[in-house]
Ligand binder design. Structure first.
Ligand code: FRU
Length: 518
């Protein structure tokens, strides 16, 4: 008998270590950020949310040198609104985000409110060079001391620039670049390069209307025109404007689209973003639109704006996924709120009228190759699909346009109910029994918007991520975004037809979506 070979202890350790190499590398990555990184209750897994503390509006959306910048209203010391900074994150694909140091801090002129960023390619400001153009941020200063003292001139416009693609910032010594004319609400500058005038255009909201300003160098500004007194919705103050051209699908026509967020005054209460379709001659925006139209029919998509300088000229939008009615009360700890998925914007003719359509950015859209088909006959039992991945997934199907109810539920009996009614052409979300709902009375209200059923095939595309649902109907003709706070993940989806109709679902799939944070 041969004695068993003695393998030195060190070799055994090395063999075991080699076998574990992959998983220990992963663990090391997670441990770098802490084991509980992005695992808190309600924490979105594939949406942008700040590492810690309070966030509101997206700011300074700009693409430069292969990088999408996302700045945002940020108060690093609490999970409620406070002295505003600009937080900063970057991405190369609009899905994965890297947190960057805070970009802008309050200074003697005030807190740093919302605004935009441009690349000064022609070096009109002199901050950079033609070879290394400056990234210039244009924002509102809010002087809290002035507001507290009862003055009306506490909001002014300032600029700052970066020569290292957003890593460090210098505040312009000549700030403010636009003083206050005696208006309480005078803010949220959106600046873009105007091809028609070969100069900079700034959109600024002033209480109940929009002002359009122009500049050759980002420092000296002149007012050109105004728009909106008595037009559109005026249930609250106008905020966060944006203006951009879009071509009309299937036609050789271009229109300009103006975004104005208002709070309160949205159709489902609190904050919402309306849009106007019209014309812009380089100086003045005009629209003969009489009804108020909304970018999103849900309660939780506010202050959204679009990117400057996207590589393929697409109109890329991000909104803040909350509502001032309850934004500071939602039951999260350590951080508060998230951004919507990035969406591309288009114009389409819907039911005979030109309408804005938003689609989730293509990179996270899978090929629609599922061949699962369900038929739910009149009077038959609902279809029940169970999936542990449901609460962090994409759910999509095509269907025959019949009325349909979707109930997302969990083991605690909490239900989020989405109803598409083909007779009344409405889409309704009921989150009154979806989990934590008592932190603010209005959170429980049912939300409703219009939906236009198509002849023949319709499609539904839903993104669920921990505490949010984004619903895109018929390629984004109707969009509804809302938060919910369930105590346990939803694992059951019950699909039923509420009327005596045949409901036919095709290409049904629930696609689990991975965390971008771990
Ligand atoms: C919109 C808004 C902006 C303002 C910012 C302050 O949500 O009220 O008008 O600049 O938030 O944080």
């Amino acid at each position: 008998m041969f004695p068993a070979p003695k393998i030195p202890f060190l070799i055994i350790v090395l063999i075991v270590l080699a076998a574990c190499k992959n998983s220990s590398t992963q663990e090391a990555q997670i441990n770098k950020k802490g084991l509980n990184y992005y695992t808190e209750a309600h924490r979105p897994q594939y949406h942008f949310s700040p590492e810690t503390a309070w966030m509101n509006d997206p700011n300074g959306l700009v693409y430069h040198q292969g990088v999408y910048h996302l700045f945002y209203q940020y108060y690093p010391s609490d999970i409620v609104w406070g002295p505003m900074h600009w937080g900063h994150a970057t991405s190369t694909d609009m899905i994965h985000w890297e947190h960057k140091p805070i970009a802008l801090f309050p200074d003697k002129h005030g807190y740093i409110f919302s605004g935009s960023a441009v690349v000064d390619y022609k070096n009109t400001s002199g901050f950079g060079t033609l070879k290394n153009p400056a990234l210039v941020a244009i924002f509102t200063y809010h002087l809290m001391e002035g507001e507290k003292a009862g003055r009306t001139d506490y909001q002014t416009q300032g600029i700052a620039y970066s020569l290292d693609n957003g890593d460090s910032w210098s505040v312009y010594q000549g700030n403010p670049v636009i003083g206050n004319p005696g208006m309480r609400d005078f803010r949220d500058p959106k600046v873009f390069w105007n091809e028609q005038t070969e100069a900079w255009t700034m959109l600024l909201v002033a209480g109940d209307h929009l002002q359009i300003w122009a500049s050759d160098n980002l420092k000296d500004w002149q007012q050109q025109s105004e728009f909106g007194k008595g037009q559109g919705a005026h249930g609250g103050v106008w905020e966060c404007p944006d203006l951009f051209p879009l071509s009309l699908a299937g036609a050789d026509a271009q229109k300009w689209v103006l975004f104005i967020s208002i709070n309160p005054g949205a159709p489902n209460g609190g904050s919402g973003t309306q849009y106007f379709i019209g014309d812009f001659d380089g100086k003045t925006f005009t629209s003969d639109q009489t009804e108020a139209l909304w970018v999103d029919g849900g309660t939780d998509n506010y202050a959204g704006v679009t990117y400057n300088d996207t590589p393929d000229n697409s109109r890329l939008f991000i909104g803040w996924m909350s509502n001032w009615n309850y934004a500071q009360l939602t039951p999260t700890q350590a951080w508060r709120s998230a951004m919507t998925l990035p969406r591309t914007l288009h114009l389409e003719t819907v039911g005979g009228s030109v309408r804005l359509v938003s689609k989730p950015l293509a990179v996270i859209n899978p090929a629609n190759n599922s061949s699962v088909r369900y038929e739910i006959a009149a009077g038959s039992a609902p279809l029940l699909v169970t999936s542990d991945a449901l609460n962090q997934s994409q759910i999509r199907f095509n269907w025959n346009g019949a009325s349909v109810n979707l109930d997302f539920s969990n083991e605690k009996g909490q239900v989020l109910r989405l109803k598409l009614d083909a007779t009344f052409k409405t889409m309704t979300l009921d989150r009154s029994n979806s989990g934590f709902v008592d932190f603010e009375e209005r959170f429980k209200n049912e939300q409703q918007m219009d939906w236009n059923p198509l002849e023949g095939e319709n499609n539904l595309n839903i993104y669920m991520d921990a505490s949010s649902i984004e619903v895109f109907v018929n390629g984004g003709q109707s969009v509804l975004t809302a938060q919910f706070f369930n105590l346990k993940p939803f694992t059951h989806l019950e699909i039923s037809q509420p009327l005596e109709e045949l409901l036919v679902l095709e290409h049904f799939e629930i696609r689990p979506l991975e965390s971008i944070w771990r």
